[in-house]
Design a protein around this ligand. Structure first.
Ligand SMILES: NC(=O)c1ccc[n+]([C@@H]2O[C@H](COP(=O)([O-])OP(=O)(O)OC[C@H]3O[C@@H](n4cnc5c(N)ncnc54)[C@H](OP(=O)(O)O)[C@@H]3O)[C@@H](O)[C@H]2O)c1
Length: 263
């Protein structure tokens, strides 16, 4: 496989598959003519210059990199022989060995992007099988750099953990934002003002973290150092069990991720 490759996305009609295709095309990692996408029920109008099919084997046969982006519960019924080609999975919970065995290849990369791929801001950890080549790795890095930030990690256990930590992506900051917004509305602010205020805090925090590459611990410590309103809030939230609630939630996600792979 050369540095330029043909990308096929099984389940390309779905949320994440479409987001990855859009990011890879926008970044110029692949040309529209070199992308194939498969659908099951309805052919979308997106990516009109790319090849759409409901035949997953036809997709696999014309591509160099075959991405699996169906839901884990739909994967057992998916029939596709990769014939030794690189298969890249974005499915939560499904292990490298199972993917390779089912699809007839020893070149498998297991990844776990998140919904922010849609805006080029996904965090994507990945791990490759021992038979994956350096050229395979270059293709994977290119695709997921286009979606945001990627890291090759040391074990599938790391991917299972990160499925909860980052695969859930924007859900956790959104949970905090929802709690803040509910409090603001209960205080008496209008829902519109509360939503704009809280959303702006979130997007502003993201931009600051990106700009300064600051560690969250340093940011919290700086606010605690002022001994003002923020310190009062942080200390009270922590006394009420904030850190324990986060740790328990992430542990539940980790267990669920492992269980999904065994179902
Ligand atoms: N969304 C996320 O934030 C996120 C984050 C990390 C990982 N993931 C992983 O990404 C994968 C896709 O998730 P998603 O959120 O994009 O789900 P989704 O929107 O439901 O997309 C899955 C797509 O696969 C299609 N499909 C199912 N079986 C198929 C088959 N045999 N051939 C062709 N297409 C088929 C579905 O078609 P129908 O329309 O007919 O159902 C659907 O369009 C999942 O495995 C999930 O674990 C998602």
């Amino acid at each position: 496989m050369s540095a330029s490759f043909k990308l096929g996305i099984v389940g390309g009609a779905g949320w994440l598959g479409g987001a990855i295709a859009g990011a890879a095309l926008s970044a110029g990692v692949v040309q529209a003519e070199d992308v194939a996408l498969s659908f099951r029920s309805v052919k979308p109008d997106r990516f009109p210059r790319s090849f759409w099919t409901d035949d997953n084997q036809a997709l696999a046969d014309r591509c160099d990199v075959i991405m699996l982006s169906v839901r884990p519960q739909d994967w057992p019924s998916l029939k596709l022989d990769a014939k030794g080609k690189l298969v890249v999975s974005v499915m939560a919970g499904i292990r490298i060995a199972e993917i390779g065995e089912k699809h007839g290849t020893r070149r498998v990369v297991r990844t776990l992007p998140n919904a922010a791929a849609e805006v080029g801001k996904s965090y994507t950890p990945w791990i490759a099988s021992s038979d994956a080549t350096e050229v395979d790795r270059i293709a994977v890095r290119a695709i997921f750099d286009a979606c945001g930030v990627q890291d090759e990690v040391g074990s599938e256990r790391d991917i299972d953990y990160l499925t909860g930590l980052t695969g859930s992506g924007p859900a956790f900051p959104a949970l905090l934002a929802e709690a803040m917004m509910r409090d603001a509305v209960a205080f008496g602010l209008s829902p519109e003002v509360a939503r704009r205020a809280v959303n702006t805090v979130l997007t502003g925090t993201g931009r600051l973290l990106e700009l300064n590459d600051a560690s969250p611990a340093d940011t919290v410590a700086a606010f605690l150092g002022y001994r003002g309103t923020t310190a009062a809030a942080i200390e009270t939230m922590r006394e009420a069990g904030f850190d324990e609630a986060v740790a328990k939630g992430l542990a539940a996600a980790f267990l669920k991720s492992i269980a999904m792979g065994k179902a």
